[in-house]
Design a binder for this molecule. Sequence first.
Ligand code: AVJ
Length: 315
Amino acid sequence: MASPDPAFRADVLAGLAAPTPAVPARWLYDRRGSELFEEITRLPEYYPTRTETALLERYSGEIAAMLGKGEAVVEFGSGSSAKTPILLRAVHPAAYVPIDISGDFLRDSADALRAEFPGLPIHPVEADFMGRLDLPPEIAAAPKLGFFPGSTIGNLVPRTAVDLLRAMKETLGEGSRLVIGMDRTKDVDVLLAAYDDAAGVTAAFNLNLLRRINAELEGDIPVDAFRHRAIWNDEMSRIEMHLEALRDVAFTVSGQGFAFAAGATIHTENSHKYGHRDSRLMLRAAGWGVLREWTDEKQWFSIILAEAEPPRFAP
Ligand code: AVJ
């Protein structure tokens, strides 16, 4: 068994005891969780991945045409992204810098890209990109293009999203550009289906958190006493994933006792959805000016090209 991660334990124990029980979404993505998420991206109901991929295939030439030569592409949370090659083929960058907190993921995806793009210098950075970080000295002189696809920004509440966007600006520097994917507000039925699919893959993804707690934190949570719920929170403009107790249930995690009444929930993930003006406002709040936005026919997803604005006097 994997040795217990103290941060995981601290988040789970504090989160389950909180007045509104919640566990940070990043703990959903262990090996099994990441596999299940990959499966989610192929579901008929889950439109974001295929919509964004189609947008990149269609418009990465236009994106490239708006950039200079010799860009260093810096990808935040590169994971096992299939979208990266689409951008790299169009942009012909001078270097590629994948940043990820998981060294294993990082090395695997860097190896795959080295095979596909021989001659492209790749400088992986194993780091948490939530704060400002130092880029490899090899790309110091190159203009920077940040890449943050997948609507990953949607996981964060706006306050944290703005912190992250500002940190990205500090990492990349003034005058840099950013290509970011953001999921749009849309018909609630479409959203709910995407986060509560008929095959039950999203349910398995959510419930996997309880299995992970049991396995890694000496828990005895009866997993079958919980069910997956996807809720549209209109006030916050987000889909919320919860685990809802089906009956009164008591359990322990790392020796600490918890009780949930039937109907009580553990909040496990947010997926914020942004309107056209919402995304611009959030980017501007972090110092990014929008240069252009591309969306699909249904306006379900958008790809935005932004530029890090210099500090300036304004009325
Ligand atoms: C990885 C955060 C982009 O919010 O759509 C998908 C995660 N959770 N189905 C999203 C997710 C359940 C996904 N992101």
